[in-house]
Design a protein around this ligand. Structure first.
Ligand code: GLP
Length: 242
């Protein structure tokens, strides 16, 4: 794994956006695995800016998002589909039919999960996967557990995740308790993985995930085994690493 030490959140966003734009320049029809949350927001802003300056085009790019809350429609402002439209999809020249997110309203869990994994396969796999890091070490919505979930699955969100994500909802009881998420195998099969982490609050979990043992108790730790994994983090998030 490689670690890129950035100064702060803006610096992380700048470095990540440049890398993604360069990646697309080399492979215009790249399959990008995208994440939500506050970590990639600045990167999406920068990418939108690079697009408006004519420095990147998403015309042929295909995207697959990591996860979605069960029970929220794409029109719901708290859904990840809404987040992606607002922060990236509507700001660049991505074709709507080339963007993919699990369907939070699909009640047939088995069908939704199988279809999503099939879709990733049909796209030829993920070329570059962008990730954030949950405060408990989760990636996408793969929560700490006794084993690494393989493919797309429905997950019950942990109390820690519900607490962490409550900042986006008016009331804690509004937060969905379940989500559809890509599994660890889906993420590990991406040819390249980039994780963005900022802030002192994540320093402890960064240390645990990337200097501790590989364990499903800290799902992100599995990335130590990925052959092309880059952590882009700021000084604060890296402060406990020697
Ligand atoms: C959510 C998402 C994750 C994300 C995590 C961290 O739980 N499902 O994909 O990485 O939040 O979010 P943030 O970047 O806001 O800290």
């Amino acid at each position: 794994m490689r670690i890129i030490r950035a100064e702060d959140y803006e610096d992380i966003s700048r470095i990540a956006a440049e890398r993604i734009a360069n990646f697309i320049a080399k492979k215009p029809d790249a399959v990008l695995g995208l994440a939500t949350g506050s970590s990639p927001l600045g990167t999406y802003r920068r990418l939108s800016l690079l697009y408006s300056e004519g420095r990147v085009s998403f015309k042929e790019v295909r995207t697959v998002n990591l996860d979605e809350y069960v029970g929220l429609s794409a029109e719901n402002e708290q859904s990840y589909a809404f987040f992606m439209k607002e922060n990236l999809f509507d700001r660049v020249d991505l074709a709507p039919e080339n963007t993919h997110i699990p369907d939070g309203l699909e009640e047939n869990e088995e069908q939704e999960c199988e279809e999503y994994d099939r879709l990733i396969k049909e796209l030829g796999g993920i070329d570059l996967q962008l990730l954030g890091l949950g405060p408990n070490g989760h990636i996408a919505f793969n929560e700490p557990g006794d084993s690494f979930p393989l493919g797309t699955h429905k997950v019950r969100l942990s109390p820690a995740t519900i607490r962490a994500n409550s900042r986006f909802f008016e009331r804690e009881e509004d937060i969905p308790r379940f989500a559809y998420t890509m599994g660890i195998r889906d993420i590990l099969q991406a040819k390249q993985v980039i994780m963005l982490v900022s802030g002192a609050a994540k320093a402890e979990i960064v240390k645990e995930a990337f200097t501790g043992p590989v364990t499903p108790k800290v799902p992100a730790s599995i990335l130590q085994f990925h052959s092309d994994f880059t952590l882009i983090a700021d000084t604060e998030a890296l402060s406990l690493l020697s």
